[in-house]
Ligand binder design. Sequence first.
Ligand code: ADP
Ligand code: ZN
Ligand code: ZN
Length: 725
Amino acid sequence: MPRIAEIAIACPLRQTFDYLIESDFADIQVGYRVKIPFGSREVIGFVIAIKETTTQKVKAITHCFEQEPVITHELAQLIQWTSDYYHHPIGDCYQVALPKKIRLGGDNKLKTVSSWSLSKNDLPDKFLGEKQQAIVDLLLQSVNKTLLQTQIYEQLGSCLSTLNRLAELGVITTSESVKGPFINQLPDPFKKLNSEQSHTVKTICDNSDSFDVSLIQGITGSGKTEVYIQLAEKMLAKKRQVLVLIPEIGLTYQIVARFKSHLSAKIVVINSSMNETDRHQAWLLANKGYADIVIGTRSAVFTPLADLGLIIIDEEHDSSYKQRDSLRYHARNVALIRAKQANIPIVLGSATPSLESFYHAQAQRYRLLSMTKRATGAVLPQVKLIDSEGPHASNGLSSILYKAIEAELAKDNQVLLFINKRGYAPVLMCHDCDWQAVCPNCDAKMIVHQGRYQLRCHHCGFNQPLIHTCPDCESSDLGHYGAGTEQIEHSLQMLFPSVPVLRVDRDSIQQLGAFSALVNEIQQGGAKILVGTQMLAKGHDFHDVTLVGVLDADHGLFSADFRAIENLAQLIIQVTGRAGRGEKAGRVFIQTSQIEHPFWKKLLSHNYHAIAQDLLTEREMSAMPPIGSLCVIRARAKEQSLSLAFLTEVAVLLNQANQQGVLVLGPVPAMMEKRAGYFRAQLLLTTQQRKVLHQLLDHTLPAISALKSSRKVKWSIDIDPMDLM
Ligand code: ADP
Ligand code: ZN
Ligand code: ZN
């Protein structure tokens, strides 16, 4: 019977396409990349199923890219699950999951490197020319009398013809090996784990033969990273691979360095800042089993691994694991499914677990492992609130904090100031007519950037030169309000002219290399002031930081977002965790205009556990996640009415399905209605029964896609949204 392949192609259509498998391609399997005629073009598609058929009325596959599937069965299954769960077109899921070279039909061959080895030791000198002798001398001096061709070139310049001549003479031989990561042959001994750490490692290892979720709730500095390293070692001993997810590209350098220092392993990094050639190679190294450990950010969750034995998710609460556009997946969620499909253990680690994980741990679906002490013996820092309305040393910096900074610098310590606002000042306004600088494309204020001499919108990137007269009334009495990282940096340079001030934000650090260099510089020690955004707050281990100042903590207290308090608590604990990690004790000052707010009392007098518990109770009462499930259908259009019109029709379709278990709320304009020139609106679906919600979407999506009004808007589905803004 003829067979047809069901094929996913990269397009926003929510459907797959059938193509005939002719006898030339009889061995096609699920996961193969093929070429197919599509409309007037030929496109690349992915085989997601093979079926028998009686009809031959479909077009045939015209080319097949592989002899063996590049996309493993496991990966194909994971992508399928992701497409189903997030209700996202399957072809587009392949786009997100695969590196570009693989997507475009690139080959499945690992790059190799040539090396040269000496074949004889007792060489008759007189037969060798000068250059030949130089090569032989170089090889004689090297370990194992072998060098990479590139190493020889570095010393002697390109000399391929001489190398070939020596090979003909039988003096040297060449070999090819896979171009892989550097392996540390002399790893440092492991740290001796304390009792909490060894209990954690042992418990996870004892349960490592099948699917099993552990949540390590370990305070900042409790030695979670050390635990990950030793867990990885146990997996390596079993010759199985480990996948480690981290929330920020900026943390890569530090975590890779720590893994490398203790493990003789092939450690491969995968993230979006790599060039396509390196990413392709890293992906193949993982896929073919050459990589022992893969460390990467969100999208690395889709890295195929020949024999995956363990997944570790560091800082599992971090919202950057959720992709905010196209395929809106949460890497933690995908990783959990992956671990289940592969029947392996998964470890989630955080000082401040997400309410989701916290909830599952309470319900005993995840095993909770607590680490309550700092591994170096350091104590957690003292935290004090400062009234931000009190006396000031400069704009944004209170006198109390100023004096504390002065005292720490005098002791040659480092100070970290956290402010979650880039730029110089968040508001520019006219004192005569109250005009404010706002973005023409967004419902948002323009931010003053002194360094670039610009006004910039942080939502759409729109910018214009800084102005000094009001565009409305021509007054020159313009003033700016609030302070961002640039301004704090500037003030500190004035207040402490002899101390280096390092600013870390997306404006100052455009390249990963620059960030690594900066982290290195900080770790060198000596008095320094670090000013930065979240980039600086997360995960870093800076030993000389003894004072942390949080300059604008209030923002989260007034946000309408249902996760705002959770995120604020997590952020404050993360930031304060940067203080006193080394031998010296740390102090933390938090500037707030809401010194009496009950949130602070709870955070300072209790631990995160207590706050999480309270928040869970609130979420339970309001049936919000993780107790209830949410889905947001968003639409945007150049005209205000179009988004609402489309979503109103969607609401009608959803309500017609008469599904009791799902509440359809809205549509309403988004909190920031206009953004990047589009008017935005959204429809909220809530349920206590996740399954029912998914059934409803499966049932209704074809009709939604067919709506005429859908063609006039851009729309998306967000399952488990991080916010409702
Ligand atoms: P976390 O990841 O929980 O923030 P780390 O693994 O970075 O904690 O550990 C914090 C510090 O304590 C690091 O400097 C680390 O080298 C050190 N450390 C971790 N475990 C031990 C141990 N068992 N003995 C001594 N020092 C340790
Ligand atoms: Zn004016
Ligand atoms: Zn804008």
